[in-house]
Design a protein around this ligand. Sequence first.
Ligand code: NAI
Length: 316
Amino acid sequence: MEPGQVAIIGSGLIGRSWAMVFAAGGFKVKLYDVAQQQLTSALEIIRKQMKDLEESGFLKGSLSVEQQLALISVCTDLKAAVEGATFIQECTPENLELKKKIFSQLDLIVGDSAILSSSTSCLLPSKLFTGLKHVKQCIVSHPVNPPYYVPLVEIVPHPETDPSTTERTYALMKKIGQSPVRLNREIEGFALNRLQYAVISEAWRLVSEGVISPADLDLVMSDGLGMRYAFIGPLETMHLNAEGISNYCERYCEGMRLVLNTFGPVPEFSGEAEQKISQAMSEKIPVIPKVLDARRKWRDECLAGLSKLKKQMKSD
Ligand code: NAI
């Protein structure tokens, strides 16, 4: 039986990645965008990326590049794009009014079973979907950049989302090899960005207060915490760093609270601190498109290698 058909709305960075992930899973993908030129260039980029992945041995799925490409078609007509799709993933720019407009258009043309899903990084489902006729079929599926290598997808329901929509989305993400997590209710930043912003905020404070240099701060994560966080999360870390969670709390809660009480207010992310951090980072990685792209390519190669290692080391 064929896996099915999906529609991707918006063919930018994230839309292209979703298209590749679904095609690798054997799904027919219709990629929709406002301009034909954008779609033509999206297809070229996808072809090049798939070829590069094949060469480096990181192409996902059991189909060849040509078979995967043959599953992807493009279209500038929204109705035609979503026709026959069981899952619609919206990937347009992070703009509430634009997204609301697109979901209200989709609301008029979908039937009662297709799932309407948004890639939004920070817009709450209640802002995006309230008032839609098909709100029960609406959900946020927030990927992590680059979704091809970083499998996490945060699934965030609207208060009126039907539990079956959440279940189907979760199962679909599993089927295409992503790693879904469910949030039981919406919250600003979902889970990933709340954790990320907590880390960024403390990193910013430590550097702006002159406690540590920007380069050393990044090492604390890349050669320290990050090494184990690629395999186990903060809660399992606690569990393993003592004789279980309760023992960890017993041993360390006083110390943790002492440190946490020294955390300052939310940084402004501007002024002298911004200049200092920006200068240090730009010396290491100049803000020149070619240089940034080369570094991103290197990062993606590291992530591809890491995802291979994670598969080898898989435990239940
Ligand atoms: P992008 O700017 O690369 O792509 C947006 C695409 O939407 C463009 O191809 C544009 O032509 C198209 N578009 C604009 N108006 C449209 C319309 N009315 N109908 C259809 N297509 C339209 O943006 P990117 O980075 O791909 O982000 C898309 C979404 O994914 C955003 O909501 C963003 O927050 C989310 N996201 C982005 C991540 C990232 O790191 N870039 C990570 C996770 C989620």
